[in-house]
Design a protein around this ligand. Structure first.
Ligand code: ATP
Length: 211
């Protein structure tokens, strides 16, 4: 059970505040959409949440099963899928799954064969990931997230490059594997966050010039 608390969180690039004075308590298993127009700061917010971008002001605190988790350790509790995250493309699918799951624990009872089937990538098991289509890569990114044992999933533009079948498949994944986790979705497409119980428009926390 992961709880996340934003306390006066703020991020500034040069003179632009991307968001400021952001207070938010995220209870375990929440489903939260981060919305806003292009360039408003959705990805920046998600990178701050993941601990890969430092805040300019304020803090984000995490606690797992009642125990505080430090900024340095939060990466162990989360998985990310985002357009800017590269897959190690020199691996075959089989090798990549072995590599990924040498760091992360697979969700209970799931074998690499089950994962490949679930992602409908059976035909590509020995194919080098660099030869995957953009939709295949996206299914792989999402699969790696949902099939990893982690209480926090950060999904930035989860259905980018997915066709109708892929978009439906993503919503099925959420239903099958997303129930007992916290999920943040950065998106401009209402369909991909239709299951979220809360939506935060990052533009509501924008302040143009540094004071
Ligand atoms: N490292 C950086 N240095 C300076 N400015 C940055 C940096 N990273 C992002 N920005 C700026 O922060 C703003 C928010 O960018 P971000 O990528 O978070 O927006 P977004 O809402 O995810 O956009 P999109 O919907 O287009 O993906 C943009 O103006 C961007 O240029």
């Amino acid at each position: 059970m992961l709880e996340i608390r934003f306390n006066k969180a703020a991020k500034r690039f040069q003179y632009d505040w991307i968001f400021r004075n952001l207070d938010l308590l995220v209870e375990a298993n929440s489903k939260i959409a981060i919305t806003g127009s292009n360039g408003s700061g959705k990805s920046t917010f998600l990178k701050c949440l993941a601990g890969t971008n430092p805040l300019t002001e304020g803090s984000i605190s995490y606690s797992f099963e009642g125990q505080p988790v430090s900024d340095a350790d939060i990466y162990q509790k989360l998985v990310i899928s985002a357009p800017y995250m590269e897959l190690p493309e020199e691996f075959s699918l089989k090798e990549l799954l072995t590599f990924h799951f040498s760091f992360k624990t697979p969700i209970s009872g799931m074998s690499p064969e089950d994962m490949v089937k679930e992602m409908y990538l059976d035909e590509a098991i020995n194919k080098q990931v660099s030869y995957f289509s953009s939709g295949m890569k996206q299914r792989l990114k999402l699969g790696l997230c949902f099939f990893s044992e982690a209480p926090l999933l950060i999904l930035d533009e989860p259905t980018s490059n997915l066709d109708q079948r892929g978009s439906n498949w993503y919503l099925d994944l959420v239903g099958k594997f997303g129930q007992n986790r916290t999920i943040f979705v950065g998106s401009n497409d209402a369909k991909e966050y239709s299951f979220c119980d809360k939506s935060l428009n990052i533009e509501d926390y924008k302040q143009k010039k540094a004071l």
